[in-house]
Design a protein around this ligand. Structure first.
Ligand code: NAP
Length: 258
């Protein structure tokens, strides 16, 4: 299937985890994909694998918290392909920021990457999204739906993404651009591993024990594969989803039902 053969896509946080799976899914379906993250070698190894036949993957070093870095990546994209159809704001970081600890620096960093980064990338990208039917997909989390003690900054950033999504959907509706968000539950990635280890330490149990507790809290009794988040992302950016905007989709094995 080449559903995205005539599309140009930008994916942030494409070096590993969910972002990498999303980028690969678009490439498999024929899109040209700009891969953004801070670690260029990881992006280049992915791009090289896809560029053997045709130049369809562009590795762009970018820190989404820096306006200059974002603008520079977008001008490289403009110089290469001149247009943009789909933006996936996926880059994110996590970390504990308990209220009794002095965690201001980490609080700020989490909000900068997860929330302000999505704003900066969307703003810069819009200049290239002029051909109509554009799509913006923002990666939130089930922690954008409920709170978890010790993770106030992450929860605030992911709740914030939902407000950003709804407001932007209204602002961009007149231009025919849809904006939606995805709220994943536990997905098998480095970030989930780190969260498991961190929480296990706080609870005084092993990582395996906490992982079992986490799985027990998921009705489908498993973590998700990054490819499952990729397939929802592709659907929301497809022509079939042209009537969907301002929505948030839980993909979490049934952890949340509303
Ligand atoms: P991950 O494996 O840690 O990957 C995070 C990605 O973000 C990496 O490519 C990283 O690349 C990039 N990144 C981090 N800071 C960046 C910055 N300042 N500028 C540009 N890129 C940056 O995480 P993941 O699990 O795939 O998570 C992807 C998204 O899904 C995040 O928004 C996360 O909050 C969300 N999510 C994950 C889960 C889960 O269970 N895994 C659940 C719900 C939501 P560099 O380090 O090279 O920059």
């Amino acid at each position: 299937m080449h559903r995205f053969a005539d599309k140009v896509v930008l994916v942030t946080g494409a070096s590993r985890g969910i972002g990498r799976a999303i980028a690969e899914a678009y490439l498999e379906e024929g899109a040209k994909v700009a891969l953004l993250a801070r670690t260029l070698p990881e992006l280049e190894s992915l791009a090289d694998a896809w560029n053997r036949d045709r130049r369809r993957a562009l590795a762009l070093e970018c820190d989404v918290t820096s306006r200059e870095s974002v603008e520079s990546a977008l001008s490289e994209l403009r110089a290469s392909w001149g247009t943009l159809d789909i933006v996936v704001n996926n880059a994110g970081i996590s970390g504990r920021t308990p209220i009794d600890e002095d965690a201001l620096e980490l609080w700020q960093k989490i909000l900068d990457v997860n929330l302000t980064g999505s704003y900066l990338v969307s703003r810069a990208a819009l200049e290239l999204m002029t051909s109509g039917g554009g799509r913006i997909i923002n990666m939130s989390s089930v922690l954008g739906r409920f709170g978890v003690p010790g993770y106030a900054a992450y929860c605030a950033s992911k709740h914030g993404i939902l407000g950003f999504t709804r407001a932007l959907a209204l602002e961009l509706a007149p231009r025919g651009i849809t904006v939606n968000a995805i709220c994943p539950g536990w997905v098998e990635t480095d970030m989930a591993d780190k969260g498991i280890r961190e929480t296990a330490e706080v609870l005084g149990i092993t990582a395996d024990e906490f992982r079992d507790q986490a799985i027990a809290g998921v009705p489908l009794k498993r973590f998700l594969d990054p490819k499952e988040i990729a397939s929802l992302t592709l659907y929301l950016s497809s022509d079939e989803a042209s009537a969907i905007t301002g929505q948030t989709y839980n993909m979490c094995g049934g952890q949340i039902m509303n």
